[in-house]
Write a protein that binds this ligand. Structure first.
Ligand code: EPU
Length: 430
């Protein structure tokens, strides 16, 4: 298994370019199944979740052409209903978007139960509730989810009992080719929801209100091809902002939408980090000591749960006692056990973690428990005294394009290795 070896306490200086948004790409690529023609999609992040999705689409009959590193043409006009690559679907959380896409395109769908990061129960009842309201019969058995309709989906009003990103996007995908109007109430408002709606509208869909809590979709008979560019990744940008804040130095983060970063910027500023918005770039500088802060995760525009572990690392070396309340996921504090191995002082009670800042973290062997937890361990390694080895980095590579190269580009001492034992001199503190 590959791991990262990081020698810490090196301030970061230079520029980092942000890639396309993972959580937009993993919805837009399956949504291409609805399009009768060639979708040229630009700014696709090179991450393993995207690679898996492209292979799944191919197994459903899509033709995929690579134009350059970040641009692909996806042509699903020849796709037919069939059994796709279940082995690959099982590896990604977002494979649930195939339910909406296949139902919309074929009137029936069979997919595996979703995989991906494990941080507690991850139900999809709200997705299924939406499909049922639209006339689909759904059944879960033997690790598979099967949905079918008689004569296709019909528009309906769906009130979401919880604000769910996945359910909002999945119902939106399913509704695009349904007969009549679908209304999603209590919808999530994340930037990637707006991006998915913009993609679908650019292919001929009629979706209004994405980015608000009521989304209206008027079904259209068909979608035709076009060109679309995915937005920059809000969480990738936030992660490098946190990395610069943890390691110190000055980093210019390029290709961002500063508005999407507002709550991250505000929290980092509260902790004593200098941040300057420069159009589609953001400059992050930290030279003094970090100050304590509190974070409560919430759906957008609240503080994103996907930035919670990265903030936990900053708090572990900030002056004073910080508190995190995790209000989105039940079990997203596992990374704190890893951080404790590096000397963090942490106490978790239910949904709240209290973190007392220490003077410095110490390098150790730690695991990437999931995608963002792994990113947090990398950040911890960058600011820790000594050498940190982060294991199970395949989690990180699901969602961060070239993280090692990007960090090395700003002066971090990080290498990827598949050696079973750390090399002498590389990982002395492990
Ligand atoms: N929920 C339900 N029923 C449902 C769906 C969700 O009860 O049918 C609950 C969940 O248990 C959770 C809350 O609603 O407590 C929010 O879940 P949501 O559906 O919004 O999450 P998701 O769509 O499965 C996406 C991202 C996650 C991110 C969350 C929240 C993708 C592929 N994943 O997950 O991203 O944490 O939204 O913003 O878009 C990540 O990128 O590291 C990641 C985990």
């Amino acid at each position: 298994m590959d791991k990262y070896v990081i020698r810490g306490e090196k301030p970061l200086f230079g520029e980092i370019e942000i890639s396309g948004a993972k959580n937009a790409a993993v919805a837009i690529i399956p949504a291409a199944l609805l399009v009768d023609g060639v979708c040229r999609i630009e700014n696709i992040p090179q991450i393993s979740d995207v690679t898996l999705f492209l292979r799944i689409l191919e197994s459903l009959g899509a033709r995929i052409k690579t134009i350059n590193r970040t641009t692909m043409e996806i042509d699903c006009s020849g796709a037919t209903f069939r059994r796709g690559r279940f082995d690959l679907m099982r590896k990604i959380r977002a494979s649930y978007y195939l339910l909406g896409a296949m139902l919309g395109r074929f009137g029936e769908a069979t997919v595996t139960m979703p995989g991906g990061c494990d941080f507690g129960v991850r139900p999809i009842d709200q997705h299924l509730k939406g499909f049922s309201a639209m006339g689909a019969e759904t059944e879960i058995s033997g690790g598979l989810i099967r949905a079918e309709t008689v004569g296709g989906l019909r528009g309906a009003t769906v009130y979401l009992d919880v604000v769910s990103v996945g359910a909002t996007m999945n119902i939106m995908i399913a509704a695009v080719l349904a007969k009549g109007r679908t209304v999603i109430e209590n919808a999530a408002r994340e930037p990637h929801i707006v991006d998915l709606a913009n993609f679908l509208n650019s292919m001929g869909a009629d979706i209004r209100g994405a980015g608000t809590s009521v989304i209206k979709i008027n079904g259209v008979p068909s979608l035709s091809g076009g060109t679309y560019s995915i937005i920059p990744d809000q969480i990738e940008a936030g992660t490098y902002m946190a990395a610069a804040a943890a390691a110190g130095g000055e980093v210019l983060i390029k290709n961002v939408i500063p508005k999407h970063l507002d709550c991250i910027t505000a929290k980092l500023a509260e902790m004593g980090v200098y941040i300057e918005n420069r159009g589609d770039m953001v400059l992050v500088r930290r030279d003094g000591q970090l100050r304590r802060a509190n974070v409560k995760t919430m759906p957008y525009p609240g503080f994103p749960t996907d930035m919670q572990p990265q903030m936990g690392v900053l708090m572990s070396v900030a002056r004073g006692v910080s508190h995190i309340t995790e209000d989105v996921w039940d079990n997203r504090f596992k990374y704190l056990d890893e951080l404790k191995r590096m000397g963090a002082k942490v106490n978790v009670e239910g949904k709240t973690a209290s973190i007392s800042g220490v003077e410095y973290l110490t390098g150790a062997a730690v695991k990437a428990c999931d995608l963002r937890a792994g990113a947090a361990m990398v950040i911890a390694g960058l600011c820790a005294r000594g050498t940190t080895v982060v294991e199970d980095v395949y989690h990180i590579e699901r969602g961060y394009e070239n993280i090692v190269e990007k960090l090395r580009g700003v002066g971090a001492d990080i290498v990827e290795t598949s050696e079973t034992e750390p090399q002498p001199g590389k990982a002395a503190a492990v």
